[in-house]
Design a protein around this ligand. Structure first.
Ligand code: ARG
Length: 582
């Protein structure tokens, strides 16, 4: 149980003793520091409820709290705001319990099973800057949910279904018409066929084919036919498609690896298709499928809709499945395979209508238990200085790889470490780059667009990943220098900064629970900055290692260890790795 929860429970007990029953007591930081650490505002609602004067109730409560040794300086302000201060004895005693495990200061919610759908990668297309946010947010939420005791599956849900694949194969066919994949009489082993295509080629082929299909109706028709062949698992075309997926997946994995992003499930849209028959039956049974110009659609309009809800395209007129339908089939698949309590979708905010449609249709057809929560976690875009999605210097689409390279170069220039090993320096620069990129990406509320500012993001000062890493490594090195000292408990808090550090440490569970509620990592990045900068203030004001008062020195080391451990826990939750030095 967290320290805050313990205080809260004790407060509830005290109020109960006075005859007042309250669910939960909001411990707010006091507005005026001199008045106390926390404010308790319970007297006002209680006065209403019991028809009494709030000031009288506040006095009653204050009298009762005086019996509790963890509080000091109990005073009443205004109509009945009660201010309390926590004693140093209480704080040190509670913090000492965390020395071996800061995770004891977390309040875990009811356990749940969650599938997190994030990343958004599409086969045969390069990951671009727009894919950063989904990967970063999803990975962070995955790690947080695990920390909070949930059972979690991260699923890449690869975009591996539909026209893009047909287009890519068509273009390959034009380039290499003699490949056995296109030879209907081929009877050999496809796995042994050499494919002269690299991932780099794929990334060029798709834009080219897509452009051609826009200009040439015949080309488009050919691509449609090939798409259908792949979807009907026609030998050669299907085998080629599997090879393309493999080449592409390998590259996608490499980029995600460099971002510390990984998945438990590497399923794709196409894997949901085996659940389509069951899906069809569920929709059909409820009479939800309507014919419309050769297609099958599901009407979703409701009287209370504030915005127009277009029908969902269930089967296209050419017989293929839409993006919505594969998402519906995927829900069914997840029900059968993971049976989660919740499914979270970390996807670009501009897809919110798509998910409104999918979720509504899923409810209509009751494809999953109504208790299962389907949550769309939309995010804003990362823009360039012009306020438009970040581009390369010549105005092209910026791939995620080139974005990472750009930040790598910048951090390489900035780090000043003494090492003869070029490899080591590059590794450190890369870790710092990922920290800068991910930390800055998590700084604004997820729904907000933000501007990519390399200079600012890679700065060693201020709210940046580099600052957090640098400071945390410094804490580690201080602790390393104190290796021979036995520091296992704090004796006291000796000054205001230490008190502030202690109170900030106490706030960890609030930050984690809020993040889990808002599904936005900005709570964590903010908190990391706050804790780190107060600690740094303490660090610059005190010379820990040469302190002569032994108890003081030991207390300071313990405090350092607590901040270090919390920092490491949160840095890891953000999916950031810490270099040995920087
Ligand atoms: N691949 C999709 C895109 O690039 C995002 C997939 C999001 N997840 C989902 N279940 N629809 O737009």
């Amino acid at each position: 149980m967290s320290i805050l929860k313990k205080i809260n429970d004790d407060l509830k007990e005290s109020l109960k003793h006075l005859g007042y029953d309250v669910e939960n007591i909001n411990l707010l930081p006091s507005k005026v520091k001199e008045l106390g650490d926390f404010q308790i505002n319970e007297a006002m609602p209680l006065a209403k409820k019991y028809g009494k004067n709030p000031r009288v109730i506040a006095e009653e409560i204050a009298e009762e709290l005086k019996k509790d040794s963890k509080f000091t300086n109990i005073n009443i302000a205004g109509p009945g705001f009660i201010n309390v201060t926590l004693t140093n004895e209480f704080l040190t005693e509670e913090l000492n319990k965390l020395v071996d495990n800061v995770e004891l200061n977390i309040d875990k919610p009811e356990p749940k099973k969650v599938v997190i759908d994030f990343g958004g990668a599409n086969v045969a297309k390069a990951l671009h800057v727009g894919h950063l946010r989904s990967a970063n947010l999803g990975e962070g939420l995955k790690r947080l949910a695990r920390l909070m005791g949930y059972t979690v599956w991260g699923d890449a849900h690869l975009g591996d279904y539909g026209r893009p694949l047909g287009l890519v194969e068509l273009e390959i066919k034009k380039m290499y018409p003699d490949l056995p994949f296109f030879d209907e009489t081929f009877t050999g082993n496809y796995d042994e066929v050499e494919l002269p295509i690299t991932n780099e080629d794929l990334e060029k082929i798709y834009p080219l084919a897509s452009q051609k299909s826009k200009e040439d109706e015949e080309y488009l028709e050919e691509a449609r036919i090939i798409t259908a062949k792949i979807q009907n698992k026609e030998k050669g075309y299907y085998e080629l498609w599997k090879r393309i997926v493999d080449i592409s997946k390998e590259d996608i994995k490499e980029v995600y690896d460099s971002l510390n992003v990984d998945y438990d499930l590497w399923l794709g849209e196409s894997d949901s298709v085996e659940y389509f028959d069951e899906l069809y039956e569920l929709f059909d049974k409820k009479g939800l499928l309507k014919d419309s110009e050769g297609a099958k659609i599901v009407e979703l309009k409701e009287d209370t809709d504030k915005i127009e809800m277009p029908p969902l395209l269930f089967i296209k007129s050419n017989g293929s499945l839409s993006y919505q339908t594969t998402d519906l089939a995927t829900i069914l698949q997840r029900k059968h395979e993971e049976n989660p309590d919740e499914i979270w979708y970390c996807v670009d905010g501009r897809q919110s209508l798509h998910f409104d449609q999918v979720f509504r249709a899923a409810r209509y057809a009751e494809i999953i238990d109504p208790k299962v929560k389907l949550e769309f976690i939309g995010f804003g875009t990362m823009n360039g200085n012009d306020g438009k999605p970040f581009k390369t210097r010549d105005g092209g689409v910026m791939t995620l790889k080139s974005l990472i390279d750009l930040v790598n170069e910048e951090t390489y220039k900035r780090i000043v470490i003494s090492t003869d090993s070029e490899e080591e320096k590059k590794d450190i620069a890369h870790k710092v780059a990922i920290a800068c990129l991910k930390y800055s990406d998590s700084l604004p509320f997820r729904g907000t667009d933000y501007i990519f500012e390399l200079d600012k993001f890679a700065d060693m000062e201020g709210k940046t990943g580099a600052y957090i890493l640098y400071s945390t490594i410094r804490m580690k090195s201080l602790l390393k220098k104190a290796e021979d000292i036995k520091y296992d408990k704090m004796y006291d808090l000796y000054g205001n900064v230490e008190k502030e550090i202690a109170l900030t440490l106490m706030n960890l569970p609030t930050v984690l629970n809020k993040t889990l509620e808002t599904k936005s990592l900005n709570e964590i990045t903010d908190y990391l900055y706050k804790l780190t900068s107060i600690y740094n203030k303490f660090y610059s004001e005190n010379k820990v290692l040469i302190e002569e008062n032994e108890e003081k020195k030991i207390s300071w080391l313990v405090l350092t260890k607590l901040v270090y451990d919390v920092n490491m826990l949160l840095i890891d939750t953000l999916g950031i790795s810490v270099p040995e030095k920087m």
